[in-house]
Design a binder for this molecule. Structure first.
Ligand code: FES
Length: 159
Protein backbone atom coordinates (compact mmCIF):
# COMPACT_ATOMS: atom_id res chain seq x y z
CA UNK A 1 0.00 0.00 0.00
CA UNK A 2 1.24 3.45 -0.90
CA UNK A 3 1.60 5.95 1.81
CA UNK A 4 1.84 9.65 1.23
CA UNK A 5 5.46 9.53 2.22
CA UNK A 6 6.50 6.78 -0.23
CA UNK A 7 8.20 7.83 -3.47
CA UNK A 8 5.49 6.02 -5.52
CA UNK A 9 2.59 7.73 -3.79
CA UNK A 10 2.07 10.56 -6.30
CA UNK A 11 2.73 8.59 -9.46
CA UNK A 12 -0.83 7.43 -10.31
CA UNK A 13 -2.22 10.91 -9.67
CA UNK A 14 0.54 12.56 -11.67
CA UNK A 15 0.11 10.06 -14.51
CA UNK A 16 -3.66 10.58 -14.46
CA UNK A 17 -3.20 14.32 -14.52
CA UNK A 18 -0.75 14.13 -17.44
CA UNK A 19 -3.10 11.83 -19.35
CA UNK A 20 -5.99 14.21 -18.72
CA UNK A 21 -3.87 17.20 -19.75
CA UNK A 22 -2.69 15.46 -22.92
CA UNK A 23 -6.23 14.34 -23.76
CA UNK A 24 -7.76 17.76 -23.31
CA UNK A 25 -4.92 19.39 -25.24
CA UNK A 26 -5.46 17.08 -28.19
CA UNK A 27 -9.21 17.67 -27.94
CA UNK A 28 -8.70 21.44 -27.86
CA UNK A 29 -6.32 21.21 -30.82
CA UNK A 30 -8.87 19.26 -32.86
CA UNK A 31 -11.62 21.67 -31.82
CA UNK A 32 -9.59 24.70 -32.75
CA UNK A 33 -8.85 23.22 -36.18
CA UNK A 34 -12.17 21.52 -36.96
CA UNK A 35 -14.50 24.31 -35.80
CA UNK A 36 -13.15 26.97 -38.22
CA UNK A 37 -13.14 24.41 -41.04
CA UNK A 38 -16.75 23.50 -40.28
CA UNK A 39 -17.75 27.21 -40.14
CA UNK A 40 -16.00 27.80 -43.44
CA UNK A 41 -17.79 24.91 -45.10
CA UNK A 42 -21.17 25.89 -43.65
CA UNK A 43 -21.25 29.68 -43.16
CA UNK A 44 -24.12 31.23 -41.22
CA UNK A 45 -27.11 32.58 -43.12
CA UNK A 46 -26.87 36.31 -43.71
CA UNK A 47 -30.33 37.81 -43.88
CA UNK A 48 -31.22 39.61 -47.09
CA UNK A 49 -30.92 43.33 -46.72
CA UNK A 50 -34.33 44.87 -46.34
CA UNK A 51 -33.15 48.39 -47.06
CA UNK A 52 -35.64 50.29 -49.18
CA UNK A 53 -34.35 53.83 -48.72
CA UNK A 54 -31.08 55.55 -47.80
CA UNK A 55 -30.26 59.16 -47.04
CA UNK A 56 -27.20 60.11 -49.07
CA UNK A 57 -26.47 63.44 -47.42
CA UNK A 58 -27.01 67.04 -48.39
CA UNK A 59 -27.23 68.20 -51.99
CA UNK A 60 -24.06 70.23 -51.37
CA UNK A 61 -22.08 67.29 -49.99
CA UNK A 62 -18.40 68.18 -50.64
CA UNK A 63 -17.66 64.74 -52.14
CA UNK A 64 -20.53 65.14 -54.60
CA UNK A 65 -19.44 68.67 -55.49
CA UNK A 66 -15.81 67.67 -56.01
CA UNK A 67 -16.04 64.29 -57.73
CA UNK A 68 -19.56 64.46 -59.09
CA UNK A 69 -20.43 61.10 -57.58
CA UNK A 70 -20.44 59.10 -54.41
CA UNK A 71 -20.73 55.41 -53.59
CA UNK A 72 -23.40 54.70 -50.98
CA UNK A 73 -24.13 51.65 -48.90
CA UNK A 74 -27.65 50.52 -49.70
CA UNK A 75 -28.04 47.67 -47.24
CA UNK A 76 -25.21 45.38 -48.27
CA UNK A 77 -24.99 46.57 -51.86
CA UNK A 78 -23.18 49.62 -53.25
CA UNK A 79 -25.08 52.31 -55.13
CA UNK A 80 -23.52 55.08 -57.18
CA UNK A 81 -25.11 58.51 -56.77
CA UNK A 82 -24.26 60.92 -59.56
CA UNK A 83 -24.69 64.70 -59.27
CA UNK A 84 -25.55 66.35 -62.58
CA UNK A 85 -26.63 69.73 -61.23
CA UNK A 86 -27.80 71.52 -58.11
CA UNK A 87 -31.09 69.64 -58.14
CA UNK A 88 -30.38 66.84 -60.60
CA UNK A 89 -29.14 63.50 -59.35
CA UNK A 90 -29.20 59.93 -60.62
CA UNK A 91 -28.53 56.69 -58.80
CA UNK A 92 -27.70 53.22 -60.07
CA UNK A 93 -26.46 49.92 -58.76
CA UNK A 94 -22.78 50.47 -58.02
CA UNK A 95 -21.52 47.14 -59.34
CA UNK A 96 -20.79 46.51 -62.99
CA UNK A 97 -23.04 43.94 -64.63
CA UNK A 98 -20.01 42.25 -66.18
CA UNK A 99 -18.00 40.95 -63.22
CA UNK A 100 -19.23 43.10 -60.32
CA UNK A 101 -16.45 45.68 -60.12
CA UNK A 102 -17.41 48.97 -58.46
CA UNK A 103 -18.17 51.63 -61.05
CA UNK A 104 -17.32 55.34 -60.92
CA UNK A 105 -18.46 58.47 -62.71
CA UNK A 106 -16.43 60.53 -65.15
CA UNK A 107 -17.75 64.07 -65.52
CA UNK A 108 -16.24 64.25 -68.98
CA UNK A 109 -17.75 62.69 -71.08
CA UNK A 110 -20.52 62.14 -68.53
CA UNK A 111 -20.28 58.36 -68.34
CA UNK A 112 -20.40 55.78 -65.60
CA UNK A 113 -17.23 53.81 -66.07
CA UNK A 114 -15.94 50.46 -64.92
CA UNK A 115 -12.17 50.34 -64.79
CA UNK A 116 -11.93 46.54 -64.71
CA UNK A 117 -12.56 46.01 -68.44
CA UNK A 118 -13.35 49.53 -69.61
CA UNK A 119 -17.12 49.11 -69.54
CA UNK A 120 -19.17 52.27 -69.93
CA UNK A 121 -22.76 53.19 -69.16
CA UNK A 122 -24.68 56.33 -70.05
CA UNK A 123 -26.62 58.41 -67.55
CA UNK A 124 -29.66 56.16 -67.94
CA UNK A 125 -27.56 53.16 -66.97
CA UNK A 126 -27.46 51.73 -70.51
CA UNK A 127 -24.33 50.00 -71.74
CA UNK A 128 -22.50 52.11 -74.32
CA UNK A 129 -19.13 50.37 -74.46
CA UNK A 130 -17.23 47.36 -73.22
CA UNK A 131 -18.33 43.90 -72.13
CA UNK A 132 -21.16 44.57 -69.61
CA UNK A 133 -24.12 42.43 -70.72
CA UNK A 134 -26.91 44.40 -69.03
CA UNK A 135 -27.71 47.98 -67.99
CA UNK A 136 -27.23 49.15 -64.41
CA UNK A 137 -30.30 48.95 -62.18
CA UNK A 138 -31.67 52.46 -61.68
CA UNK A 139 -32.69 53.78 -58.26
CA UNK A 140 -35.10 56.59 -57.51
CA UNK A 141 -33.66 59.86 -56.19
CA UNK A 142 -35.70 62.42 -54.25
CA UNK A 143 -34.64 65.69 -52.68
CA UNK A 144 -36.21 66.23 -49.29
CA UNK A 145 -36.33 69.59 -47.50
CA UNK A 146 -35.17 69.23 -43.89
CA UNK A 147 -35.93 72.71 -42.67
CA UNK A 148 -35.77 76.40 -43.47
CA UNK A 149 -32.27 77.44 -44.47
CA UNK A 150 -31.04 73.84 -44.60
CA UNK A 151 -29.83 72.26 -47.83
CA UNK A 152 -32.09 69.53 -49.14
CA UNK A 153 -31.23 65.92 -48.41
CA UNK A 154 -30.73 63.40 -51.20
CA UNK A 155 -32.80 60.28 -50.59
CA UNK A 156 -32.18 57.20 -52.68
CA UNK A 157 -34.75 54.43 -52.85
CA UNK A 158 -35.30 51.31 -54.85
CA UNK A 159 -37.33 52.25 -57.91
S1 FES B 1 -16.30 44.12 -64.57
FE1 FES B 1 -16.95 45.96 -65.45
S2 FES B 1 -16.38 45.79 -67.51
FE2 FES B 1 -15.74 43.92 -66.65
Amino acid sequence: MDTPESPEAGTPNRRGFLNWLLGTSVGALFGSVLYPVARFLSPPEIPEASTRQVEAGAVNDPELLEKGFKILRFGNEPVILVRLGDEEFRAFAGTCTHLDCIVEFHKEPGRIWCNCHNGEYDLRGRVVAGPPPRPLEAFQVDLVAKGAGQPKTVVVSRA
